[in-house]
Design a protein around this ligand. Sequence first.
Ligand code: DX5
Ligand code: ZN
Length: 218
Amino acid sequence: MARIAPSILSSDFANLEGALDLCRKGGADQIHVDVMDGHFVPNLTIGPVVVKDIRKATSLPLDVHLMIENPERFIPEFVKAGSDFITVHAETCPNLEETIRLIKGHGVRAGITLKPGTPLESIANDLSSVSLVLVMSVEPGFGEQEFIPGSLNRIEKLREILQGVSPKKRPEISVDGGIKLQNAKAVIDAGADILVSGSGVFGTEDPVATIKAFKEVK
Ligand code: DX5
Ligand code: ZN
Protein backbone atom coordinates (compact mmCIF):
# COMPACT_ATOMS: atom_id res chain seq x y z
CA MET A 1 0.00 0.00 0.00
CA ALA A 2 1.39 3.39 -0.96
CA ARG A 3 0.68 6.74 0.57
CA ILE A 4 -1.14 9.30 -1.52
CA ALA A 5 -0.25 12.95 -1.99
CA PRO A 6 -2.87 14.79 -4.05
CA SER A 7 -1.35 17.64 -6.05
CA ILE A 8 -3.49 20.73 -5.59
CA LEU A 9 -2.21 22.04 -8.94
CA SER A 10 -5.25 20.41 -10.52
CA SER A 11 -7.71 21.70 -7.95
CA ASP A 12 -9.84 24.84 -8.11
CA PHE A 13 -7.51 27.60 -6.89
CA ALA A 14 -10.53 29.74 -6.10
CA ASN A 15 -11.55 27.09 -3.58
CA LEU A 16 -8.38 25.67 -2.09
CA GLU A 17 -10.06 25.14 1.24
CA GLY A 18 -12.62 22.91 -0.44
CA ALA A 19 -9.84 20.94 -2.16
CA LEU A 20 -8.00 20.47 1.13
CA ASP A 21 -11.21 19.28 2.71
CA LEU A 22 -11.66 16.65 -0.02
CA CYS A 23 -8.11 15.48 0.69
CA ARG A 24 -8.85 15.14 4.40
CA LYS A 25 -12.11 13.28 3.77
CA GLY A 26 -10.42 10.89 1.36
CA GLY A 27 -7.66 10.12 3.85
CA ALA A 28 -4.81 11.67 1.86
CA ASP A 29 -1.44 11.31 3.56
CA GLN A 30 0.04 14.61 2.53
CA ILE A 31 -0.63 17.57 0.25
CA HIS A 32 1.65 18.06 -2.74
CA VAL A 33 2.22 21.72 -3.56
CA ASP A 34 3.80 22.57 -6.93
CA VAL A 35 5.81 25.77 -6.95
CA MET A 36 6.85 26.99 -10.42
CA ASP A 37 8.77 30.12 -11.35
CA GLY A 38 8.40 30.53 -15.13
CA HIS A 39 12.18 30.04 -15.50
CA PHE A 40 13.11 26.52 -14.53
CA VAL A 41 9.76 25.43 -15.93
CA PRO A 42 7.58 27.31 -18.40
CA ASN A 43 4.73 27.88 -15.96
CA LEU A 44 3.99 30.03 -12.92
CA THR A 45 2.02 28.85 -9.93
CA ILE A 46 2.14 29.80 -6.29
CA GLY A 47 4.56 31.15 -3.70
CA PRO A 48 5.01 31.23 0.06
CA VAL A 49 2.06 33.57 0.70
CA VAL A 50 -0.33 30.93 -0.60
CA VAL A 51 1.49 28.09 1.16
CA LYS A 52 1.05 30.03 4.41
CA ASP A 53 -2.73 30.09 3.96
CA ILE A 54 -2.81 26.44 2.91
CA ARG A 55 -0.98 25.67 6.15
CA LYS A 56 -3.77 27.32 8.11
CA ALA A 57 -6.44 25.36 6.26
CA THR A 58 -5.09 21.82 6.76
CA SER A 59 -3.28 19.77 9.35
CA LEU A 60 -1.92 17.36 6.71
CA PRO A 61 1.83 17.50 6.01
CA LEU A 62 2.74 19.89 3.20
CA ASP A 63 5.00 18.36 0.58
CA VAL A 64 6.38 21.35 -1.31
CA HIS A 65 7.93 20.66 -4.72
CA LEU A 66 10.12 23.57 -5.78
CA MET A 67 10.48 23.90 -9.55
CA ILE A 68 12.38 27.16 -9.29
CA GLU A 69 15.84 28.53 -10.05
CA ASN A 70 17.98 29.42 -7.01
CA PRO A 71 15.75 27.53 -4.56
CA GLU A 72 18.04 28.42 -1.64
CA ARG A 73 16.87 32.02 -1.95
CA PHE A 74 13.31 31.04 -1.09
CA ILE A 75 13.76 28.05 1.23
CA PRO A 76 13.58 30.14 4.44
CA GLU A 77 10.26 31.62 3.29
CA PHE A 78 8.79 28.25 2.42
CA VAL A 79 9.90 26.97 5.83
CA LYS A 80 8.27 29.92 7.54
CA ALA A 81 5.11 29.33 5.52
CA GLY A 82 4.80 25.90 7.13
CA SER A 83 6.29 23.33 4.74
CA ASP A 84 6.94 19.88 6.18
CA PHE A 85 8.90 18.56 3.20
CA ILE A 86 10.81 20.68 0.71
CA THR A 87 11.93 18.99 -2.48
CA VAL A 88 14.44 20.64 -4.81
CA HIS A 89 15.54 19.80 -8.34
CA ALA A 90 19.19 18.72 -8.56
CA GLU A 91 19.39 20.69 -11.85
CA THR A 92 18.80 23.93 -9.93
CA CYS A 93 21.36 23.29 -7.18
CA PRO A 94 25.04 23.83 -8.02
CA ASN A 95 25.79 22.59 -4.51
CA LEU A 96 23.07 20.08 -3.73
CA GLU A 97 24.65 18.98 -0.47
CA GLU A 98 24.60 22.55 0.78
CA THR A 99 20.96 23.08 -0.23
CA ILE A 100 19.91 19.87 1.53
CA ARG A 101 21.76 21.04 4.63
CA LEU A 102 19.96 24.37 4.45
CA ILE A 103 16.53 22.67 4.35
CA LYS A 104 17.36 20.27 7.17
CA GLY A 105 18.93 23.04 9.22
CA HIS A 106 15.46 24.56 9.42
CA GLY A 107 14.07 21.32 10.83
CA VAL A 108 12.21 20.48 7.62
CA ARG A 109 12.53 17.19 5.74
CA ALA A 110 14.45 17.40 2.50
CA GLY A 111 13.64 15.78 -0.81
CA ILE A 112 15.50 15.73 -4.10
CA THR A 113 14.21 15.26 -7.59
CA LEU A 114 15.29 15.21 -11.21
CA LYS A 115 13.79 15.87 -14.60
CA PRO A 116 13.07 12.60 -16.43
CA GLY A 117 16.18 12.98 -18.61
CA THR A 118 18.68 13.70 -15.82
CA PRO A 119 20.72 10.62 -14.84
CA LEU A 120 20.01 9.14 -11.41
CA GLU A 121 23.76 9.04 -10.85
CA SER A 122 23.76 12.80 -10.36
CA ILE A 123 22.13 12.39 -6.94
CA ALA A 124 24.01 9.23 -5.92
CA ASN A 125 26.05 11.02 -3.25
CA ASP A 126 23.06 12.66 -1.61
CA LEU A 127 20.70 9.74 -1.19
CA SER A 128 21.48 9.05 2.44
CA SER A 129 20.91 12.64 3.52
CA VAL A 130 17.32 13.11 2.31
CA SER A 131 13.91 11.82 3.39
CA LEU A 132 12.54 11.39 -0.09
CA VAL A 133 13.53 11.07 -3.71
CA LEU A 134 10.88 12.25 -6.10
CA VAL A 135 10.89 10.50 -9.47
CA MET A 136 9.35 12.76 -12.09
CA SER A 137 7.28 10.68 -14.48
CA VAL A 138 6.48 13.70 -16.70
CA GLU A 139 8.48 16.77 -17.67
CA PRO A 140 7.92 19.19 -14.80
CA GLY A 141 5.80 22.24 -15.56
CA PHE A 142 2.23 21.14 -16.09
CA GLY A 143 -0.39 18.81 -14.72
CA GLU A 144 -2.50 16.48 -16.85
CA GLN A 145 0.36 15.03 -18.89
CA GLU A 146 0.80 11.39 -19.87
CA PHE A 147 2.91 9.15 -17.62
CA ILE A 148 6.27 8.46 -19.33
CA PRO A 149 6.38 4.63 -19.47
CA GLY A 150 10.19 4.48 -19.01
CA SER A 151 9.63 5.91 -15.53
CA LEU A 152 8.81 2.42 -14.25
CA ASN A 153 12.37 1.27 -15.04
CA ARG A 154 13.73 4.38 -13.43
CA ILE A 155 11.81 3.70 -10.20
CA GLU A 156 13.08 0.10 -10.21
CA LYS A 157 16.63 1.27 -10.79
CA LEU A 158 16.39 3.80 -7.96
CA ARG A 159 14.97 1.12 -5.66
CA GLU A 160 17.98 -1.03 -6.47
CA ILE A 161 20.45 1.80 -5.87
CA LEU A 162 18.75 2.53 -2.53
CA GLN A 163 19.49 -1.01 -1.37
CA GLY A 164 23.03 0.28 -0.98
CA VAL A 165 21.87 2.85 1.60
CA SER A 166 21.48 1.66 5.19
CA PRO A 167 17.78 1.16 6.03
CA LYS A 168 17.94 3.86 8.72
CA LYS A 169 19.04 6.45 6.19
CA ARG A 170 17.12 5.18 3.18
CA PRO A 171 14.82 7.79 1.63
CA GLU A 172 11.35 6.99 0.44
CA ILE A 173 10.46 7.00 -3.24
CA SER A 174 7.73 9.36 -4.34
CA VAL A 175 6.55 9.44 -7.96
CA ASP A 176 5.01 12.48 -9.63
CA GLY A 177 3.24 12.95 -12.94
CA GLY A 178 0.55 11.18 -14.92
CA ILE A 179 -0.48 8.86 -12.09
CA LYS A 180 -4.07 7.66 -12.24
CA LEU A 181 -5.90 4.82 -10.53
CA GLN A 182 -5.29 2.74 -13.67
CA ASN A 183 -1.49 2.80 -13.49
CA ALA A 184 -1.08 3.12 -9.72
CA LYS A 185 -0.43 -0.59 -9.22
CA ALA A 186 2.38 -0.65 -11.78
CA VAL A 187 4.00 2.36 -10.08
CA ILE A 188 3.71 0.74 -6.65
CA ASP A 189 5.04 -2.58 -7.97
CA ALA A 190 8.04 -0.75 -9.40
CA GLY A 191 8.84 0.53 -5.92
CA ALA A 192 6.95 3.73 -5.12
CA ASP A 193 6.18 4.51 -1.48
CA ILE A 194 4.24 7.70 -2.22
CA LEU A 195 2.07 8.52 -5.22
CA VAL A 196 1.54 12.14 -6.24
CA SER A 197 -1.57 12.66 -8.32
CA GLY A 198 -3.17 15.87 -9.51
CA SER A 199 -5.63 15.33 -12.34
CA GLY A 200 -5.90 11.66 -11.31
CA VAL A 201 -7.65 12.96 -8.17
CA PHE A 202 -9.15 16.37 -8.88
CA GLY A 203 -10.06 15.55 -12.48
CA THR A 204 -12.34 12.75 -11.34
CA GLU A 205 -16.01 12.99 -10.52
CA ASP A 206 -15.55 12.07 -6.87
CA PRO A 207 -12.07 13.02 -5.58
CA VAL A 208 -12.82 11.65 -2.10
CA ALA A 209 -13.70 8.21 -3.47
CA THR A 210 -10.67 8.35 -5.78
CA ILE A 211 -8.27 9.07 -2.93
CA LYS A 212 -9.80 6.20 -0.98
CA ALA A 213 -9.45 3.93 -4.02
CA PHE A 214 -5.78 4.94 -4.45
CA LYS A 215 -5.18 3.89 -0.86
CA GLU A 216 -6.66 0.45 -1.56
CA VAL A 217 -4.32 -0.26 -4.49
CA LYS A 218 -1.90 -3.04 -3.55
C1 DX5 B 1 4.22 18.61 -12.68
C2 DX5 B 1 3.92 18.61 -11.21
C3 DX5 B 1 3.01 17.54 -10.77
C4 DX5 B 1 1.61 17.65 -11.31
C5 DX5 B 1 1.01 16.30 -11.40
O1 DX5 B 1 5.23 19.52 -12.93
O2 DX5 B 1 5.13 18.45 -10.48
O3 DX5 B 1 2.96 17.45 -9.35
O4 DX5 B 1 0.78 18.44 -10.53
O5 DX5 B 1 -0.21 16.41 -12.04
P1 DX5 B 1 -0.83 15.15 -12.79
O6 DX5 B 1 -1.06 14.11 -11.75
O7 DX5 B 1 -2.07 15.69 -13.40
O8 DX5 B 1 0.18 14.69 -13.81
ZN1 ZN C 1 4.99 18.05 -8.31
